[in-house]
Design a protein around this ligand. Structure first.
Ligand code: AMP
Length: 281
């Protein structure tokens, strides 16, 4: 496994891999790897000849006052975990390597980025789509792997790949969870033991929503109220949003119909957690 920090060396390596006719599976990450990342990496390894990841905490997708500086970083630990999955290459550039002085090109997906996290984190998805485009251009993957955990991100990137005719297969894999249901996230590290225990309410509320839908409830306001009540059982939880949207366009629904995404963002202290499920009714 090679760790590459500069673009010139990466290009050289990718050229060699392509010349051999090997397929490339790619998993972009911000590092501080956990089982969620590893599940994507293991699938990428299985489905491709060569598996690469990127570890880059992308300043462009963090807003003012967000946790760019504090975001956990531990390359030595990530290196060990990546090795255990059979990873062939880690691309871990500096901010300067990705955005040299004078950098001025951005990729924007309209509409799908307006609601949910796009509404509460202005500019976030512009940062995501820009960095992911750069990474795709650099790694030239045949297949890319993303987590359902960041559902809106997956929808937005899929749209970008389609709209810009990017020649790759876009694969979304299920959310990997802790035993109590909390979605794995590098940000879970910020939680105090008490907040960590409380955070299990997120998935508990989503499971209850699914149960109501299966039993026939279609009224979105009723389902949102049940989710909100369960989350409010946790003393430290501050709800940022609970939304139920159509997966076709991420627009809010009044009644459940077709494939629906139930997504939420909740803060525990300063820590912002997201989770979601998809329902088919
Ligand atoms: P991040 O490092 O948080 O930017 O995540 C990198 C990739 O891993 C993204 O595609 C995420 O959706 C995915 N990911 C993060 N957490 C999980 C999880 N718990 N289960 C599955 N995929 C995840």
């Amino acid at each position: 496994m090679e760790i590459i920090k500069d673009i010139a060396r990466l290009r050289e390596r990718i050229r060699e891999v392509k010349k051999k006719g090997l397929s490339i599976g790619f998993v972009p990450t911000m590092g501080y790897l956990h089982e969620g990342h590893l599940s994507l990496m293991k699938t990428a390894k299985k489905e491709n000849d060569f598996m690469a990841i990127s570890i880059f905490v992308n300043p462009l997708q963090f807003g003012a006052g967000e946790d760019f500086e504090e975001y956990p970083r531990d390359l030595a630990r990530d290196e060990m975990l990546a090795r255990s999955t059979g990873c062939d290459l880690i691309f871990s550039p500096s901010v300067k390597e990705m955005y040299p002085t004078g950098y001025g090109t951005f990729v924007e997906v309209k509409k799908l980025t307006e609601g949910l996290c796009g509404a509460s984190r202005p500019g976030h998805f512009l940062g995501v789509t820009t960095v992911v485009t750069k990474l795709f251009n650099l790694l030239r993957p045949d297949r890319v792997y993303f987590g359902q955990k960041d559902a809106q991100q997956a929808f937005v990137l899929k749209k970008m790949v389609n709209d810009l005719n990017m020649d790759l297969e876009f694969i979304v894999l299920p959310t990997f969870r802790e035993d109590d249901g909390l979605a794995m996230s590098s940000r879970n590290k910020y939680l105090t033991p008490e907040q960590r225990k409380e955070a299990a309410v997120l998935y508990k509320s989503l499971k209850q929503a699914r149960k109501l839908a299966v039993e026939g409830e279609r009224n979105v306001e009723v389902i949102k109220k049940v989710i909100s009540d369960i989350i409010s059982e946790a003393g430290h939880a501050q709800i940022e949003y609970i939304e139920i949207v159509d997966t076709q366009n991420l627009r809010s629904l009044h009644m459940l119909k077709g494939e629906c995404l139930i997504a939420l963002a909740v803060k525990f202290g300063q820590t912002r957690l997201i989770d979601n499920i998809i329902l088919e009714v």
